[in-house]
Design a protein around this ligand. Structure first.
Ligand code: NAD
Length: 483
């Protein structure tokens, strides 16, 4: 049994859940504790008690701990990557890459702990000095989704600790393995008891306890729009009036524009990568391809050719390009959306076939990547997030039309353009209504040292990652002194 970490102790949960390998559903990775609200309460109490001392810990203490955690993650990337691929279903190279990213993030924020910043400046009044500093918030609740089981926890936990907060971390129920492994590393890192707590359990139980407890000063959430809206409402509407600060990273319907002058091979590679890799289960996936008339048919033909070569198989097998969908419910959603797209008039050009068993006879949630052509902007397939290997294509007249289509979405996380025109690339970077814009690159795949996040229905609150993370995890104090 993998237990919850509360106040430095490993505690059994009120119940337990089994972590299943989506590449082979006969493979049970392990049993993981499921906390109830009382256990979440214990974790909040522990974090609250640990905060006064931890918030005054030195930058050197925080650096040493975060740097050592990063070092261990990097040293164990092959083993942790294997666990991640086994529980989530992304391919082994993708999973090892994600672990590497998590290690890098801990090292980045170890450095940030040493650079707290602050300003000392003269007042507008004679004889008065002003200092502007940043302080920790208190206890932060971190709620994460299943699709990046170690990188997203890392990019919330590391900055929270670096700036002196205490953490109650609730990972996604589907993928507790990587979260538990990360918590185990943190439990040996020298953090005082209660500074970091892992509470695995259901969103409606543990998650809601975090949202509603007045001792939790802030909530950082990544997940679906529907849950994000509940988080926002709860944080604002706490009965005692003490609102929680909150930050939401949610869904996407990310466009990738392909212009007539694009390098065809590059455009196809970028579209296949960001549409289908990681089984399309990335918030930054390009699920809408917007292709101008002059290249449209050549682009589709090249996409179909390239897609035929993609190997859908066990996530951990060498040579697999696309692993399984994460679970039966997500698979059902993917298949449903293919049906909706067809019923709305789209053409399933290729893929979308359910594979019950892989090449070795293992039962898993396999789906071949699906390309749906001849779609129009108002169809549901172009407005709602599928979160699977399902990509739709919209034909555009020219660049201006393509730009307008790309912005015609309730979301605004990432957007891409494939073009050899400096003029169009420059214009697109300025006029795309997305938080992250890529030129001649996949929309998915971002650096760990710069801000991450979106606009419109995709995000709310300050950006995550990079130095910008301080905006969320600290509060500003302005102090005046009369000399
Ligand atoms: P989800 O919203 O179902 O769950 C996210 C987390 O919220 C889980 O830990 C869940 O247990 C918890 N939760 C559920 N109900 C809750 C409640 N009532 N109160 C508090 N917590 C609750 O999302 P998911 O299915 O795990 O993840 C997929 C979604 O995440 C997709 O929409 C995807 O686009 C999004 N995502 C966004 C980003 C980003 O940075 N923008 C990154 C990755 C994933």
């Amino acid at each position: 049994m993998h237990k919850n970490l509360i106040n430095g102790d490993w505690l059994d949960g009120a119940a337990a859940s089994r972590n299943i390998n989506p590449s082979d559903t006969r493979d049970v990775i392990g049993e993981y504790a499921q906390a109830d609200a009382a256990q979440a309460e214990l974790a909040i109490a522990a974090a609250t008690a640990a905060f006064p001392a931890w918030s005054l810990s030195t930058p050197q203490q925080r650096f040493d701990i975060l740097d050592a955690v990063g070092t261990e993650i990097l040293a164990r990337r092959a083993e942790l990557g294997d666990l991640l691929a086994r529980e989530e279903g992304k391919t082994l190279p993708e999973a090892i890459g994600e672990v590497q990213r998590a290690g890098n993030i801990f090292k980045f924020f170890a450095g940030e702990a040493l650079r707290p910043g602050g300003e000392s400046l003269p007042s507008v009044r004679p004889g008065v000095g002003v200092e502007v500093t940043r302080e920790a918030l208190g206890v932060v609740g971190l709620i994460t989704p299943w699709n990046f089981p170690i990188a997203i926890p890392a990019w919330k936990i590391a900055p929270a600790l670096a700036w002196g907060n205490c953490v109650v971390f609730k990972p996604a129920d589907l993928v507790p393995g990587s979260a538990w492994a990360l918590a185990e590393i943190l439990s040996r890192s020298g953090l005082p008891a209660g500074v970091f707590n892992l509470v695995m359990g259901r969103g409606s139980v543990v998650g809601e306890k975090l949202l509603n407890d007045p001792r939790v000063a802030a909530i950082s959430f990544t997940g679906s729009v529907a849950t994000g809206q509940k988080v926002a409402a709860a944080c604002i509407g706490r009965p005692q009036g003490g609102m929680a600060k909150f930050q939401l990273e949610m869904g996407g319907k990310n466009p990738m524009v392909v212009l007539d002058d694009a390098d065809l091979g590059l455009a196809v590679n970028a579209a296949v990568n960001s549409g289908f890799f990681s089984t399309g289960q990335r918030c930054t996936a390009s699920s809408r391809l917007i292709v101008t008339d002059g290249i449209h048919d050549r682009f589709i033909a090249a996409m179909l050719e390239r897609m035929k070569a993609l190997k859908v198989d066990d996530a951990r097998k060498a040579g697999t390009d696309i692993g399984p969908v994460v679970d039966a419910s997500q698979l059902g959603q993917d298949v449903d959306y293919i049906g909706i797209a067809k019923a709305d008039g789209g053409r399933l050009a290729q893929g979308g076939e359910r594979i019950e068993k892989n090449a070795d006879g293992a039962p898993g949630f396999y789906l071949t990547p699906a390309l749906i052509t001849d779609t129009t902007p108002e169809m549901r397939i172009n407005r709602e997030e599928v979160f699977g290997p399902v990509v739709s294509v919209i034909r555009a007249r020219d660049y201006e039309h393509a730009l307008q289509l790309s912005n015609d979405t309730p979301f605004g996380l990432a957007a891409g353009i494939a073009t050899t025109s400096l003029k169009h690339a420059t214009h697109f970077k300025r006029h795309s209504q997305a938080g992250m814009v890529m030129v001649n690159l996949p929309t998915a795949g971002v650096d760990y040292h710069v801000p991450f996040g979106g606009r419109k229905g995709s995000s709310y609150g300050p950006r995550e990652q990079g130095r910008n993370a301080a905006e969320f995890y600290t509060t500003v104090k302005t102090a005046y002194t009369q000399a």
